[in-house]
Design a protein around this ligand. Structure first.
Ligand SMILES: *[C@@H]1O[C@H](CO)[C@@H](O)[C@H](O)[C@H]1NC(C)=O
Ligand SMILES: *[C@@H]1O[C@H](CO)[C@@H](O)[C@H](O)[C@H]1NC(C)=O
Ligand SMILES: *[C@@H]1O[C@H](CO)[C@@H](O)[C@H](O)[C@H]1NC(C)=O
Ligand SMILES: *[C@@H]1O[C@H](CO)[C@@H](O)[C@H](O)[C@H]1NC(C)=O
Ligand SMILES: *[C@@H]1O[C@H](CO)[C@@H](O)[C@H](O)[C@H]1NC(C)=O
Ligand SMILES: *[C@@H]1O[C@H](CO)[C@@H](O)[C@H](O)[C@H]1NC(C)=O
Ligand SMILES: *[C@@H]1O[C@H](CO)[C@@H](O)[C@H](O)[C@H]1NC(C)=O
Length: 676
């Protein structure tokens, strides 16, 4: 009794929704109490399996006796040529048993304005026990300018807004996608068996300043298969929505519905363990051997499917048949000899061939005997070894050649820096650059900046502390001077003079290695290393000793920094010595910023024949002033601009000795008198 309303409803376009909803609900309620159908569960032999061009697989059938439990009942309308199958009033385009889907055609909604609004709302109701609108395969589309189309389900309400101020706007779109300009799209939710599409009439407006109607007479809206609609500007301009379907002109759109066996228990039951093996889940509609059930895509119920290796219709006895995999190499690859089996296929390499693993995946290759394998293994191994040895040998040779070239280069540098002569100086150690890097720990302890770059501290293997500093670059013109200088410095033996221990000639600019005086060079002692606080007290006696000691050798070598004068003539030494004398009595650096000690002292000396104002206050005690005057005078002589008028170093030294002696005599007698 209720079956007449239980199938699919496609209500006439003019049906009012408020009427429709109760009708659909009533239909469902009545179905639930319906008695089990006496109709057959498999089709009688004379049932047609096509209608026109459309296949009608069981459980669908033309007429109640041909469909499963009389439920999936289609009519075949032979008025058309070819005939068309219908589900109630809805045309069926195709049916898939494998995916559990059918495709139907449904009318669209439209909203047109000619002299008054003239709109069509569509309402679609599908039987919930059989069909649900596929959420995955459909979408809601609205086309028009200033359009708000509404999509309504039983517990669902949605809308899609499309706007365009003019046709130019709509035409300016850069794609045929529905992006809200002239056309919009939105997805739909699951489990819909009822939808109504209608219009918000106010959105279009009807004013002279918004004459959308003039260029866009109609708006359209519909739920249709995803990807089916491509935007066409004509849909905005025309007052009808028409498409071609084969040689037909249609105004309706395709919709995909999910179907399932929903009346025979709610789900596909979980698989059962049988003899320790997990069996395939089955349900009563899955009557074919080698078939099983799967849960419905949406909603309750299940679908049947053939087992792996079988194809066909699982809803009929013997429907699932073996797949001959060997005839479909693209779907079922085999690199060897293919042999079809029931539900599967074998793939083996032919005799004398083998594959790494599965010949269904990997190609077959001729088999090798174990002897051949061994021979290949040994050959490959031996050649790898050979190439390793060859490679190592070549590398070694290249390294040797490279090293030789480097050595030759270093030797040339060494010769340029005077190694031929200096290697004969027995007291001089010739270091290599590597040795020096080790000694100075890669110049990690700087001692300060000398005249020619940084001085770094180092430690020899016998724990002697040394100071390493760069010399001048040696050229052909300066070679003689440099060698002489190094020779002299290396022979120096005096406690106030830094001794040159060795040098490194295998670098562009030779490096000089001095014994490191912990108290610093004379310069450091006199003027402090960094600031005045670090200056140590220095008695007049010490200063005289230093002066006399220094006058035994060549002064420029007292302090490596003085070497920058670079003069080796005796008279220029005398000049330099004069500076040292001034530094000793004044305890001021020879050059202190803009102040040049010699100049300042000279200008004072020329006025009163002494430079007393410059004497170091530490030693300028009254009784010592005369000797300081004398030393100042001696310094002035040494600093004579005229080289020839400078005294000889010997006479300077003896003058100093005499001065010291007389000063000691005097101070002894004065101290003895004071003691007495
Ligand atoms: C379309 O829907 C609107 C809004 O629900 C309603 O007012 C109108 O009567 C419907 N039109 C038709 C033809 O059903
Ligand atoms: C099944 O199809 C037949 C023939 O078209 C029709 O008379 C009958 O009403 C249909 N049954 C249902 C339940 O729709
Ligand atoms: C077949 O379709 C035509 C045209 O829509 C219709 O007039 C006719 O009633 C249909 N026949 C059946 C049996 O449904
Ligand atoms: C049935 O099996 C085929 C092949 O394994 C598969 O592609 C298809 O999705 C299955 N159908 C369902 C409804 O699970
Ligand atoms: C408006 O056009 C529709 C078709 O587009 C037509 O059915 C309707 O009768 C027309 N209304 C008027 C008042 O002309
Ligand atoms: C739209 O405007 C026209 C012309 O002003 C008027 O005749 C018609 O009644 C209006 N329609 C509506 C639905 O307001
Ligand atoms: C089908 O779904 C039900 C409910 O979610 C579940 O209990 C059952 O195990 C499912 N069947 C299969 C074969 O997955």
């Amino acid at each position: 009794m209720a079956q007449a309303v239980c199938f699919l409803f496609l209500l006439p376009a003019a049906t009012v929704i408020s009427h429709l909803v109760p009708v659909a609900a009533t239909a469902r309620a009545e179905k639930m109490v319906a008695a089990p159908s006496p109709l057959p569960t498999s089709p009688p032999p004379d049932c047609p399996d096509t209608c026109g061009d459309v296949n009608i697989p069981y459980p669908f059938g033309i007429g109640e006796p041909c469909s499963w439990h009389g439920k999936y009942n289609l009519t075949c309308n032979h008025t058309f040529n070819p005939p068309r199958p219908y589900l109630g009033n809805t045309e069926v385009v195709d049916i898939s048993v494998e995916s559990g889907e059918i495709r139907v055609r449904t009318p669209i909604s439209s909203l047109c304005y000619n002299s008054s609004y003239d709109y069509v709302n569509t309402t679609l109701t599908f039987h919930v026990e059989l069909f649900l609108i596929s959420a995955a395969r459909n979408e809601f589309t609205a086309i028009g300018c200033n359009t708000l189309a509404l999509l309504q389900g039983l517990k669902y309400y949605s809308g899609c807004i499309s706007s365009c101020v003019s046709l130019v706007d709509a035409a300016a779109r850069d794609s045929d996608k529905c992006n809200g300009l002239g056309c919009c799209q939105t997805s739909i939710p699951e489990n819909l068996d009822y939808i109504a599409v209608n219009w918000d009439l106010t959105s279009r407006g009807n004013t002279s300043d918004n004459p959308v109607w003039e260029f866009n007479p109609c708006s359209y809206a519909f739920v249709a298969e995803k990807g089916w609609y491509q935007f066409d500007l004509k849909d905005l301009q025309n007052s009808a929505f028409v498409r071609k379907l084969g040689d037909r002109t249609v105004t309706d759109v395709p919709v995909v519905l999910d179907w399932a066996i929903r009346a025979d228990g709610p789900y596909c039951p979980p698989p059962i363990m049988k003899d320790g093996v997990i069996g395939e889940p089955t349900a009563s509609a899955c009557v074919s051997a080698n078939s099983h059930c799967v849960n419905a895509t949406q909603g309750s119920g299940y679908l049947c499917n053939c087992s792996t290796g079988y194809t066909g219709n699982p809803y009929v006895i013997g429907g699932c048949t073996n797949i001959d995999e060997c005839t479909r190499p693209n779907d079922f690859p085999c690199h060897g000899v293919c042999k079809d089996t029931d539900g599967s296929y074998e793939c083996n390499c032919r005799a004398g061939y083998e594959s790494d693993g599965d010949p269904k995946k990997n190609p077959c290759r001729p088999k090798l005997s174990s002897l051949a394998k061994h021979i290949i293994g040994i050959t490959v191994g031996a050649s790898i070894l050979f190439f390793i040895i060859l490679g190592t040998g070549v590398c070694y040779m290249l390294k040797q050649i490279e090293q030789k070239a480097k050595e030759r280069e270093l030797e040339a540098i060494e010769r340029k820096n005077g190694s031929e002569r200096l290697k004969n100086v027995k007291t001089l150690i010739l270091f290599t650059k590597d040795e020096l890097d080790k000694i100075t720990m890669n110049n990690s302890v700087p001692l300060g900046k000398g005249g020619f770059g940084e001085v770094h501290k180092g430690t020899l293997s016998d724990k002697t502390e040394v100071a390493v500093k760069a010399s001048n670059e040696v050229t052909q013109g300066t070679l003689e001077k440099f060698v002489e200088e190094v020779e002299i410095q290396s022979r120096m033996m005096h406690r106030n003079i830094l001794k040159l221990l060795g040098c490194c000639l295998r670098v562009d600019v030779p490096l000089l290695v001095y014994e490191y005086a912990a108290k610093g060079s004379l310069k450091d002692i006199l003027h402090g290393k960094h600031n005045d606080q670090q200056r140590e007290p220095l008695t007049l006696r010490s200063r005289l000793d230093i002066a006399i000691g220094s006058a035994q050798g060549c002064l420029p070598y007292m302090d490596p920094v003085y070497k920058d004068t670079g003069r080796l003539t005796p008279k220029s030494d005398v000049y330099s010595f004069g500076i040292v004398l001034l530094e000793l009595i004044c305890r001021r650096p020879a050059v202190d910023g803009e102040n040049i000690l010699v100049k300042q002292f000279k200008s004072v000396y020329e006025q009163d024949n002494t430079g007393r104002v410059f004497f170091d206050k530490d030693i300028a005690e009254e009784q010592d002033i005369p000797i300081l005057d004398e030393i100042g005078k001696l310094a002035m002589k040494c600093l004579n601009e005229n080289v020839n008028e400078r005294p000889a170093m010997a006479s300077v030294a003896s003058t100093l000795v005499i001065l010291k002696d007389s000063w000691e005599e005097k101070s002894q007698s004065s101290s003895s008198t004071s003691i007495n």
